[in-house]
Design a protein around this ligand. Structure first.
Ligand SMILES: Nc1ncnc2c1ncn2[C@@H]1O[C@H](COP(=O)(O)OP(=O)(O)OP(=O)(O)O)[C@@H](O)[C@H]1O
Ligand SMILES: [Mg+2]
Length: 481
C-alpha cells in the first residue's frame, strides 16, 4: 500500500508542469522533476547536489537564504511571487509554495517546493493594467464631457470635463438621475426620449442640429451638442453621452443665418425694385408713345384716303414705314423691359417668347425648350431665372454661331435648375469663365446666381459648344415674399 502511494506520488511529480524540487537542510538540490527541467532549462544531472541559489536573481541575494531559514524553523511559504533565473540567464516569474520535509521520526531533513510559472499571467495582467490606465487617461483627459447612464437614467460615472461643463463634481453626479443636467422645461421629454433610446439603441454621432441644452449646477443653461453611444454590461446597458458646449458655434451659426437672410432680403428688394421700375417704364411706353404713334399711323391712313395723290408718293411710304418701325422697336423695348408673359403665363412661356423674339434675328439657331417644372418659381426667383436665361440666350445669338440651342428647366433639391446648351464655337474659359473688360454678361450671371444663394456653371471648350447652368433656390426671397 505504502509502495503504491509512493509510486502514485512519483508519477504526479513526473508529470507535473510545475517545477517540483527538494533540497536538504542546507539547500542543496536533491530532486529535480521534468517540470523543473522544462522551466529552468537545467537537467536533473546538472543540478543535483548544487545549491538552490543557482536560481537566484543577482539583485536578490538574500531571498533564498531567508526562505530556507523560515523553512528551517518549520514554517511554510505559500504562493510567494518572485523571479528566478533560468539556465539561459533569462528571468522567469514564479509563484512558489514550499514546505519543510521531515523523516519518519519527525526530524527536519530538508524542504520541498513547487514553483508555478506566472510569466504569462503577469504579462497579461500588465497588459490589462496598461489598457485600463489608457482608458482612464482617455476618460480623464477628454475635452468632452463623458457621462455613463444606466437603463433607468441613473448616472454611473462622469469624467472631469463634465465638472467643467456642468459645475458638478463628478462624484456628486454618480447615483443621481441624468435629468439634473437637463433644463427643467425639457426634462419630461428627455426622460421619454431616454426610454425610447434604451428600447431601440442606436449611435448618434452628432446632436448639433437638435437644439439641445445642458443645465449647470447653478441653474444656468448652455447650448450643447450631445452625441450618444451605448454598450452592454452584465447588468444591462450603459448609455454614453458625449457633451460639448457649442454656445459660441451656435451664436456664429445664428449670426450667419441672419446675414444670409439679410442678403436674401436685400437681393429680393433689389430684384423687385428693378423689375418694378422696368415694368413701370414698359407700361409708360405702351400707354404714351406707342398709343400716340399708333394714333398717328391711323391719321396718316385717313389722310391718305382723303388725299390719294399723297398716298402714291415715296415720302408718304417712307413716313409710314418709319412709323411702323418705331412702333415695332418700342414694342421690342417693352418686351425687353418686362416680358408680359412672365407675369401672366409663367417662366416657361416667357422663355418661349424670348426664344421666338431672338429667332427674329436671322442668325439664331434652332431651339428647343424642355419644361420639367411642376411648380411655378415665385416672384423674384422667376425673374432672376428669366434674366439669367436671357443673358445666356443672347450670348448664344451673339457669339456661338450654333446650329442648335437646348434649354432645360428643371426642379429639385429645393430650387430650380436652368440649362442653356449650344453646339456653337465655344470659347477659351481658362478655368473660370469671365467677361472681357466692358462686358458684364458672364460675370453678372455668376454674381447674380451667387447672391441669390445658388450657383452658375459655365462649361465650354473651343469648337465644342457652351453649356451654361444655373441653380436658384426656391426660397430666395425668404419669409417676406
Ligand atoms: N454661348 C457662347 N458661345 C461662344 N462664346 C461665348 C458664349 N457666351 C459667351 N461667350 C464669349 O464670352 C465672352 C463674354 O461674354 P459676356 O456675356 O460676359 O460678354 P458679352 O456678351 O460680350 O457682352 P455683354 O454681355 O456685356 O453684352 C463673349 O464676348 C464671348 O466671346
Ligand atoms: Mg453677353
Amino acid at each position: 500500500m505504502a509502495a503504491n502511494a509512493a509510486a502514485l506520488l512519483a508519477a504526479i511529480v513526473e508529470s507535473s508542469d510545475d517545477a517540483i524540487v527538494s533540497t536538504d537542510l542546507e539547500g542543496r538540490i536533491r530532486s529535480w522533476n521534468p517540470g523543473a527541467e522544462r522551466m529552468y532549462g537545467y537537467t536533473a544531472e546538472e543540478v543535483i547536489g548544487r545549491h538552490v541559489t543557482i536560481l537566484a536573481p543577482p539583485d536578490r541575494p538574500d531571498e533564498i537564504p531567508g526562505i530556507l531559514r523560515r523553512l528551517g524553523r518549520g514554517e511554510r511559504v505559500a504562493h510567494f511571487e518572485t523571479v528566478r533565473i533560468a539556465r539561459s540567464g533569462g528571468p522567469i516569474e514564479v509563484s512558489i509554495s514550499a514546505s519543510p520535509m521531515r523523516d519518519g521520526d519527525g526530524r527536519l531533513v530538508g524542504q520541498s517546493s513547487i514553483s508555478h510559472d506566472i510569466t504569462e499571467r503577469r504579462a497579461a495582467s500588465r497588459r490589462l493594467h496598461e489598457s485600463q490606465s489608457l482608458l482612464q487617461g482617455l476618460f480623464d483627459a477628454a475635452p468632452e464631457g463623458i457621462i455613463g447612464v444606466d437603463e433607468d437614467g441613473t448616472i454611473l460615472f462622469a469624467n472631469p470635463a463634465t465638472e467643467q461643463l456642468f459645475g458638478y463634481p463628478a462624484a456628486e453626479l454618480v447615483g443621481r438621475p441624468v435629468e439634473v443636467l437637463v433644463p427643467e422645461a425639457a426634462r419630461g421629454v428627455h426622460a421619454a426620449q431616454r426610454a425610447g433610446f434604451v428600447s431601440r439603441p442606436r449611435q448618434r454621432l452628432n446632436g448639433a442640429g437638435l437644439g439641445l441644452a445642458g443645465r449647470r449646477k447653478d441653474g444656468s443653461t448652455f447650448a450643447a451638442d450631445i452625441a450618444l453611444g451605448h454598450f452592454a454590461v452584465a447588468s444591462g446597458m450603459v448609455v454614453l453621452a458625449f457633451v460639448r458646449d457649442v454656445t459660441r458655434a451656435r451664436a456664429a451659426e445664428e449670426q450667419l443665418r441672419k446675414v444670409s437672410e439679410a442678403r436674401r432680403l436685400l437681393l429680393s428688394r433689389l430684384v423687385t425694385s428693378q423689375e418694378d421700375e422696368r415694368r413701370r417704364i414698359a407700361v409708360e411706353i405702351h400707354d404714351d408713345p406707342v398709343q400716340k404713334l399708333s394714333a398717328l399711323s391711323l391719321r396718316l391712313d385717313v389722310l391718305a384716303r382723303h388725299h390719294p395723290e399723297l398716298a402714291g408718293s415715296g415720302d408718304y411710304a417712307a413716313l409710314g414705314q418709319t412709323l411702323r418701325a418705331s412702333i415695332d422697336s418700342l414694342r421690342a423695348l417693352m418686351f425687353e423691359l418686362r416680358p408680359h408673359a412672365l407675369d401672366e403665363r409663367g417662366l416657361a412661356a416667357a422663355l418661349r417668347e424670348l426664344l421666338q423674339a431672338e429667332g427674329e434675328f436671322e442668325v439664331f439657331p434652332e431651339h428647343h425648350l424642355e419644361d420639367q417644372l411642376e411648380t411655378e418659381p415665385r416672384g423674384e426667383v422667376g425673374t432672376t431665372l428669366y434674366r439669367l436665361a436671357e443673358e445666356a440666350v443672347r450670348n448664344v445669338r451673339k457669339h456661338a454661331n450654333a446650329s442648335h440651342v437646348d434649354l432645360v428647366l428643371a426642379e429639385g433639391e429645393g430650387g430650380y435648375l436652368l440649362r442653356v446648351a449650344d453646339d456653337g464655337v465655344g470659347f477659351a474659359a481658362d478655368g473660370r469663365a469671365r467677361s472681357p473688360n466692358g462686358h458684364l454678361g458672364l460675370t453678372g450671371m455668376q454674381e447674380r446666381a451667387q447672391i441669390a444663394g445658388g450657383w452658375c456653371r459655365i462649361d465650354t471648350e473651343l469648337g465644342q459648344g457652351t453649356t451654361v447652368e444655373f441653380f436658384i433656390p426656391a426660397d430666395l426671397a425668404g419669409p417676406t415674399s
